[in-house]
Design a binder for this molecule. Structure first.
Ligand SMILES: [Zn+2]
Length: 236
């Protein structure tokens, strides 16, 4: 589905639970943003083929959760695309470090369990290696600026194109049921930092379109809704 010219939502992934996007670059290439669950790789590849898969040569992952990097290894090996993520997220994306869920006793027990479940039962295999590491404020060939938005994971990034007011936020927040909301509490070890990240995004100018990792794109009153959401965090 085309959200706006040059920005597509991959249709039909994981029953519509999680989103991946395809961005048409000014140089004619395609960049995939996030890769869904392991079983979503085939759907992503089919979607990219419909646009011309020869053009897919870059994959940006917003963060290293299974529902964003699940299809990464398969899509990467099918296309040879370069893999890009924040420097802090590299080891989780490459599978050499476990995704931490938090510092509580429960979370310390839960993180390795969740890791084992995703590897053994969901058929997840991490990508061999990340090709490019990015940092806050970096401008990418996509014409997108990197915005580091930690809290949900330490190295999560959002992507922002100022001229057209397009903001892709990963799981910095979600848009389920037409409402903006915090990322899942159990999978957000630093909620204070996650709230700061949302405030950082709400300070951006002229946001017209918001694309979340979960939920429908926000295309109406995006800036006002994001600012109201960020202000509501102070009350909570
Ligand atoms: Zn996530």
């Amino acid at each position: 589905m085309q959200i706006v010219p040059g920005l597509h939502l991959v249709d039909g992934m994981a029953g519509g639970i999680v989103n991946a996007y395809v961005w048409e670059r000014p140089d004619g290439g395609l960049t995939l943003i996030d890769t869904g669950m392991p079983k979503d790789a085939a759907k992503i590849l089919a979607f990219v083929r419909s646009l011309d898969s020869e053009r897919l040569d870059r994959i940006i992952v917003t963060h290293g959760d299974i529902d964003h990097i699940g299809g990464l290894a398969e899509v990467q090996s099918a296309t040879g695309a370069r893999v890009i993520c924040h420097a802090v997220e590299k080891e989780v994306v490459e599978g050499s470090k476990i995704r931490e869920m938090g510092s509580s006793v429960f979370s310390r027990a839960y993180s390795p369990l969740a890791d084992a479940v995703t590897r053994r039962f969901m058929g997840y295999k991490p990508v061999d290696h990340v090709d490019e590491l990015v940092l806050d404020k970096q401008m990418l060939p996509e014409g997108l600026q990197v915005i580091h938005v930690p809290g949900h994971t330490p190295g999560q990034i959002a992507l922002y194109q100022a001229d057209r007011g397009i903001l892709i936020v990963g799981d910095a927040f979600g848009s389920r049921g037409g409402k903006l909301n915090m990322p899942t509490a159990m999978a957000t070890p630093r909620k204070d930092i996650a709230r700061d990240s949302i405030r950082k995004l709400a300070a951006l100018k002229d946001v017209e379109i918001i694309c979340c990792g979960h939920g429908a794109p926000v295309t109406v009153d995006a800036q006002a809704r994001l600012q109201a959401f960020a202000e509501s965090l102070d009350e909570g």
